[in-house]
Design a protein around this ligand. Sequence first.
Ligand code: ZN
Length: 445
Amino acid sequence: MTGFDLVFQARRLVTAAGEAAGSVGVTGGRIAAVEPPDARLEGRRVVELGDDVVLLPGLVDSHVHVNEPGRTEWEGFATATRAAAAGGVTTIIDMPLNSIPPTTDVAALEVKRKSAEGQCVVDVGFWGGAVPGNLGELRALHDAGVFGVKCFLLHSGVDEFPPLHPADLDAYLATLRGFGGLLIVHAEDARAIDRAPSPHGRRYLDFLASRPRTAENLAIAQVIEAARATGGRAHILHLSSSDALPMLAGARREGVRITAETCPHYLALCAEEIPDGATQFKCCPPVREAANRELLWQGLADGTVDGVVSDHSPCPPELKRLEVGDFGLAWGGISSLEIGLPVVWTEARRRGFTLADVVRWMAEGPARLLGLERKGQIAVGYDADLCVFAPDERFVVDPAQLHHRHPITPYGGRPEEGVVRSTWLRGRELTGDEPRGRLLTRGEA
Ligand SMILES: [Zn+2]
């Protein structure tokens, strides 16, 4: 076999079959061959990888808040996609809120696409929004290429993106079902949160008490019930309460079309270790106890949780109110887009998981959720989106070295294992700020 544009000779390579040695041939930006190492693929350029690195598919992060336009000072397409590239993430999907306008109709989607155009270092797709009164916009958003629509069941944090009432879930899911659409849900129940103590002060455990598991459990039960009743497809975002795992597993056994994701922070951090006043750890739903964390790992192991995505949600430092450390005043959101892979890998290997597991959670799973048929795997016909990862190399997270807009992250100072040596998009190494990322449309990528 001759004539590939590019060949990787990898001592270690993760495919759907697991980790093995192999050669990958790339032509026209796509993977054209995956062969055993003795196949001697020939290419115009050959990259020999040593046994200290593993060739992985580029990660797919389906949960990123870019915030541009409108709150570009929080984060933007250029900075977010640079952070993604540095972290081995080759596809991100942008959330419909925090930008202005929110992506709740086609005109707003076009505004977003225009502002992203020419800025993206990796591929970027978009979620739409489901808010009161926009039921009639969902079909048009779907046809315009969003990957699904997001709703909240309590105040979203920004007034221009109001929540649905749980009683509205049936109508939204039934409408989406009519054209094969997907509803993704921030599942915390407004009434349960209202009845909990209000968040205030510097103590993390007071903040935790303000976002109880019951609020999450109740909201997830309502989403499951609506998905069951309508036959619509729903996805639970950023699962934090492990109490909901048996409910999700049971619903799936019964054929309810429901999936769930969790995030690096729920798998790596725990409430017992969060210092008081450390509002860089604030997010909603919150990071819970260590015992809860271990059950989330079990949920990944048994397949109840489908994927791990960042929920990267930055804001300017002043909104984190670090100087007063008040969890009631601080904006909720964790920045981790660039370091999700080492954070998850460090914790995963400690628990006996492999890089193939991590790839299943951080690349294949999200790609399946999105219906991205050419992303998330090293296999013939897929885009040559790749990550060269040194799994044993150690580093300490320095927020100032990260590429997202503001140098804030709860992982600052943490020792981690695993360094991204290089990231490749459609067979080209991402070396700088060249905006070669494409804007993705559902069904076409
Ligand atoms: Zn989010």
